[in-house]
Design a protein around this ligand. Structure first.
Ligand SMILES: *Cc1c(COP(=O)(O)O)cnc(C)c1O
Length: 360
């Protein structure tokens, strides 16, 4: 077997060992004579997988006891609706930071439910920079404060968190969850689509503080209400069984490899390798992003012109390095180096970059 190197932004690279274990267990799950995929989500067999994923998430991410870990469907995108439906309401205001594609989508959905107060807008600098988050303050009477920890398309990442006092801080961590330590107790809610750092697509992780669960209005339909899922341990309806199973395996592996601390060191090394390849190229490669807010997960870069970018992507693809094309809305190149990307994968890219620059 020869695996290609996967720089796709999502769905994205997962550990090959996890795929091998899934393949081994797929037809006959641990001697039960059934695949887990055809086993009831109310069975003891599935219970272990489900609760195992919840417990592992709590342990690795140091989630305090007054939070629930939920696994929902609908992607991070459904959260853009559920958050305002549960916490905003008509006539009320919530704070939003506008830092790129994803935060703007979240704010656009909130604006259909209530009022949006923009506390930070990166538009003037074309979403290439952020701010010292400790300088951000929630608006008067705000219901919550929303931010996107890592803008997957623009390649920028907040480096600290605002102090929002009694206003719940809600954060979309889809593309950097479990890549760095986070003071979970500062947040009312954290959510993330699984398919960047945690597993395959189909499950969304919601980490929600108990007092927020109690605020969810009874007038909402069942699935849209967080309380429905919190009260039933995400088993109100059939949960996304396959992604939860895979997440459990990814988390187990992460725990074996030093947990969050191990991941931080691993990610730091990869980001340093790649950014120094850009910075030490005498301007051949260029990062369009403010150095202070560079993402450790999605590294965006430009070449001297678009023709060379096209050639770069073609030749990298021929070398079986996939997913290096920047998002169609911004162009250029992007290497997503999520948790499961290996150091060797990044080294393969940086040596290709050096080679390409000297030949072109
Ligand atoms: C990918 C992504 C989303 C959308 O996730 P879906 O699961 O596809 O709905 C939202 N926010 C961020 C930051 C993302 O990277």
């Amino acid at each position: 077997m020869s695996r290609a190197t996967n720089f796709f932004a999502g769905p994205s690279v997962l550990p090959v060992e996890v795929f091998q274990q899934i393949a081994e267990e797929m037809v006959d799950y641990k001697g039960t004579g059934l695949s887990l995929m055809e086993t009831s989500h109310r069975s003891k067999t599935y219970d272990e997988v489900h609760n195992g994923a919840v417990e592992m998430m709590k342990e690795i991410f140091s989630i305090p006891d007054n939070y629930k870990v939920l696994f929902l469907g609908g992607g991070a995108t459904l959260q853009f609706s559920m958050i305002p439906l549960n916490f905003l309401g008509e006539g009320s205001t919530a704070d939003y930071t506008l830092t790129g594609t994803w935060s703007k989508k979240a704010a656009a959905d909130a604006a259909k439910v209530g009022k949006v107060n923009v506390v930070f807008d990166g538009k003037e600098k074309n979403y290439t920079t952020l701010a010292d988050a400790s300088t951000l303050k929630p608006g008067e009477g705000s219901k919550y404060f929303h931010m996107t920890s890592n803008e997957t398309i623009g390649g920028i990442q907040w480096k600290n968190w605002p102090d929002t006092g009694n206003v719940p801080l809600i954060c979309d961590m889809s593309s950097d969850i479990l890549s760095r330590p986070v003071p979970v107790e500062k947040f009312g809610m954290i959510y993330a689509g699984a398919q960047k750092n945690l597993g395959p697509s189909g499950a969304t992780i919601v980490i929600i503080r108990d007092d927020l669960v109690e605020k969810c209005p009874d007038s909402l339909t069942a699935y849209l209400n967080y309380k429905t899922h919190a009260d039933s341990n995400s088993l109100y309806n059939t949960p996304p069984v396959f992604p939860i199973y895979a997440i459990n395996l990814v988390l187990k592996r992460m725990k074996e490899n030093g947990g969050l601390e191990g991941m931080v060191a691993h990610n730091k090394k990869k980001a340093e390798l790649l950014y120094s390849a850009i910075d030490n190229s005498n301007g051949y490669y260029r990062s369009p992003v403010d150095e202070a807010y560079r993402s450790n997960m999605n590294v965006v870069f430009r070449l001297p012109n678009e023709d060379l970018e096209k050639k770069f992507i073609e030749e990298a693809t021929a070398e079986r390095m996939y997913g290096l094309k920047g998002h169609r809305s911004v162009g250029g190149c992007r290497a997503s180096i999520y948790n499961s990307m290996t150091i060797e994968g990044v080294e393969k890219l940086t040596s290709f970059m050096k080679d390409f620059a000297s030949k072109n």
